[in-house]
Every structure is written in structure tokens, then in C-alpha cells.
Design a protein around this ligand. Structure first.
Ligand code: NAP
Length: 284
């Protein structure tokens, strides 16, 4: 059996549901809209932006991109963000991060309106992830991990899950979302002792370390489900994940590929959050 589970069927299903919801909103005169706030033109931001704009177009969500100069001041950035907060036609705001070093992200994260913060920049939404409060917006990537597991019928309740990585963008929120699904979660990081022993006891392994092909077959329990969040470039300049797919695929019962895995679901989750925000802001 081919153990590779792709993101596209998950993304397509979410998109099809959203297209219907957006049509319903539009029939009531409500037009969901995303505003992207981008500083400069970093390659990875532009790649994600293209995917997000395409996904929004597919489901009928309006979009606007505020491209700000690389040397924008803290005050001017905050003013632009406040304008997006106050713009009634905008329901979701995506701020590309990390911001350039001269901007103080620790201050800016308190400026974005939590109601429009569809990718968990605001501490209010981060706290909601911790509390298991579903009224907020967890970050799109770890949410995509849970969407994939649910789509492919992976039982999480009572299962042992190991999350490799503890960043605020992926590892920690992924662990909290999986805990909210009643999994027994272990968070691993660079100081974890006997890493392979810990991960090879897990029924589900989520890899988010940012190290090309680090996870080999000896990290994985026979029959485990492996979700590869990593986006790296290998020694031949090819895109690859944190998991050595060739080494692991015979041992895992399911494994997401890179590319065409988690990354392809992330923009659908983004679109889902915009529609949710739009509905909440319009009591629709
Ligand atoms: P990050 O901020 O660099 O965090 C990496 C985490 O991995 C840290 O917690 C680090 O531990 C841990 N780690 C690093 N080396 C390790 C090792 N040798 N053994 C055990 N743990 C180790 O990265 P991130 O932002 O979370 O992103 C992780 C990966 O996901 C990257 O490849 C990134 O490109 C990818 N990503 C994908 C998407 C998507 O849509 N698919 C979205 C976002 C990110 P310490 O905390 O101890 O340093």
C-alpha cells in the first residue's frame, strides 16, 4: 500500500465547502476580504502570498496586498496595521513574519485586532489556543496538520503523539491543538535526550524542526503516522521535508510528502479562517 498521503484532497474538500459558504455570504451582500501586510519582497513571503491569493480567488474571497517599504518605521507600520483594523471591508489580516529586525514585533503583535488576526499573531489568539477556546484563530500550519489527520481518519484520542519542534509558529500550537483532540502529547526539541527513543514510541509523529531529512526510519514506530511540516532544501537544491521520506515510507502507515503535503493545506485553512472571521464580524 502506498503510504503517501497528499494535502490536495484535504485542501480541495475545505475549498469546496468554503466556496458554498462564500456564495451564501455574497447573496446577503457580504463580501469576505483578506488584507495582506507585507514588508519588502522576500522570496518565501511572495511564494506564500501567491498561494494565498490563488486560494482566495478560487473560493471567492476578495484580497488586497499592502506592500510596505523595507525601511518602513515602526510608527508607519503600526499606522498601516491600524488602518486595516479599522477598514470595515477587511475581515482577515495576514502580517508576514518575521518582520525586519528594526521593527519591534513584540509591540506590533498587540496592535493587530484579534478578531481579524487569522494566523495567530496576536497574543489573544495564542492564549485561546492554550485554553482550547475555539472562538480564536490558531496558526494555519498546525491547524492544517490536524485537518490532514482528521481527513485521513487518524484516531487521536488517547494516542501517543510526538511533536518535534517547539516554535510558536508550529511546534507549540500543534502540540496544544493535538492535546485538545485528547492525544497524549510529548514535545521534543534540541535538548531532548534519546530523541529517537521518544519519537519511536509515538503513534503519530509531527516533524517541525527545519532540518532536511533529519527524521530517519529509526525515529519512527512501525505503522506510525508521520506528518512532515518541514520545508527545506536538500544537498541537490531540491525542496524536501524534515523527514527522509524514502527511508521512512516503508515503516510508517501514512506519511505526508514535501512538497504537496502540509503546505498545500495551509492556504485552505487561511481561507477558512477569513470566512469564519467575516461571519463573526457580520453576525452571519
Ligand atoms: P524553528 O523556529 O527554527 O524551530 C525549530 C524547532 O526545532 C525548535 O524548537 C528547535 O529546538 C527544534 N530543533 C532544531 N534542531 C533540532 C534537532 N537537531 N533535534 C531536535 N529538535 C531540533 O522552525 P519553525 O518555524 O517551527 O519551522 C519548522 C519547519 O517547518 C521549517 O522547515 C519551516 O520551513 C517549516 N514550516 C512549514 C510551514 C508549512 O506551511 N508547511 C509553515 C511554517 C514553517 P529548540 O527550541 O531547542 O531550538
Amino acid at each position: 500500500m502506498d503510504s503517501i498521503i497528499k494535502g490536495k484532497p484535504v485542501a480541495d474538500k475545505i475549498s469546496a465547502e468554503l466556496t458554498k459558504e462564500v456564495e451564501e455570504l455574497k447573496s446577503k451582500g457580504i463580501n469576505p476580504k483578506l488584507t495582506i501586510v507585507r514588508v519588502g519582497a522576500r522570496g518565501d513571503d511572495l511564494a506564500y502570498e501567491r498561494g494565498a491569493l490563488k486560494r482566495c480567488e478560487t473560493v471567492g474571497i476578495l484580497t488586497e496586498v499592502k506592500e510596505l517599504s523595507e525601511d518602513i518605521t515602526q510608527e508607519d507600520y503600526i499606522n498601516e496595521l491600524k488602518k486595516a483594523n479599522e477598514d470595515n471591508s477587511t475581515h482577515g489580516i495576514l502580517c508576514f513574519r518575521p518582520l525586519p529586525k528594526h521593527l519591534n514585533e513584540e509591540q506590533i503583535k498587540y496592535v493587530i485586532s484579534p478578531e481579524k488576526d487569522i494566523d495567530c499573531f496576536s497574543p489573544v489568539n495564542a492564549a485561546k489556543v492554550m485554553e482550547g477556546d475555539k472562538s480564536g484563530y490558531p496558526p494555519c500550519t498546525p491547524t492544517a496538520v490536524v485537518e490532514i489527520l482528521k481527513h485521513y481518519g487518524v484516531e487521536l484520542s488517547g494516542k501517543k503523539v510526538a511533536v518535534l519542534g517547539r516554535s510558536m509558529v508550529v511546534g507549540k500550537p500543534a502540540a496544544m491543538l493535538l492535546l485538545n483532540e485528547n492525544a497524549t502529547v510529548t514535545i521534543c526539541h534540541s535538548r531532548t535526550k534519546d530523541l529517537e527513543k521518544v519519537t519511536s514510541e509515538a503513534d503519530v509523529l509531527v516533524a517541525a524542526v527545519g532540518r532536511a531529512k533529519m527524521v530517519k526510519a529509526n525515529f519512527v514506530k512501525e505503522g506510525a503516522v508521520v506528518i512532515d511540516v518541514g520545508i527545506n532544501v536538500d544537498e541537490n537544491g531540491k525542496l524536501c521535508g524534515d523527514v527522509d521520506t524514502e527511508d521512512v515510507k516503508g515503516k510508517a502507515s501514512m506519511i505526508t510528502p514535501v512538497p504537496a503535503g502540509v503546505g498545500s493545506v495551509t492556504t485552505s485553512v487561511l481561507a477558512k479562517h477569513i470566512v469564519k472571521a467575516c461571519k463573526m464580524q457580520n453576525n452571519a
